[in-house]
Design a protein around this ligand. Structure first.
Ligand code: FES
Length: 161
């Protein structure tokens, strides 16, 4: 199958840390400059189809040993603007799905300890479910986001589909 070639912009218009979101052949795609290397990612979050490429660019934390953490991939991780799922722009792989990790919660109550105070009690927060818009049936193994080949040809950023 023949690849389709799309000229995006001159390299001077896409400096490191910047991105262009465009529609190529009917597909919304984000083209990113990550430290001088260009990457193209489908602008479609696999969770609930948010415009993923509009998300904040950040990094991630890796553990090098128990109790030791290192900030890595700075500016290479895009965080979905809707619910925060994170993807590596260079590979499309999921870095962190907040729905696949859950801290244990416990029921708590406040109870009167003396008769003079009456018998009021109230439930405190604890264990509130995630927002309904965040619920998903697929919590593990979500597919990666599609990526596309990007070349620089005569100082022009070019994407191939
Ligand atoms: S739509 Fe992207 S995290 Fe929900």
């Amino acid at each position: 199958m023949t690849e389709k070639r799309f000229e995006i912009c001159p390299t001077s218009e896409l400096p490191p840390g910047d991105r262009v979101i465009t529609t190529l052949d009917g597909i919304s795609i984000g083209v990113f400059n990550i430290d001088g290397e260009y990457h193209a990612l489908k602008n479609d979050c696999p969770h609930q189809r948010a415009p993923l490429c509009e998300g904040k660019l950040t990094g991630t934390t890796e553990s090098t040993a128990p109790g030791q953490y290192e900030w890595t991939a700075d500016g290479q991780i895009v965080q979905c603007p809707w619910h925060g799922w994170e993807f590596d722009v260079t590979t499309g792989e999921s870095v962190f799905n907040p729905h696949s990790v859950k801290a244990k919660t416990f029921q708590t109550t406040v109870e009167s300890t003396g008769e003079a105070r009456g018998g009021s009690s109230a439930e405190a927060a604890g264990g509130s479910p995630p927002c309904s818009s965040c619920e998903t049936s697929e919590v593990d193994g979500e597919p990666p986001v599609d990526t596309y080949d990007v070349e620089v040809e005569h100082d022009t950023v070019v994407v191939y589909l």
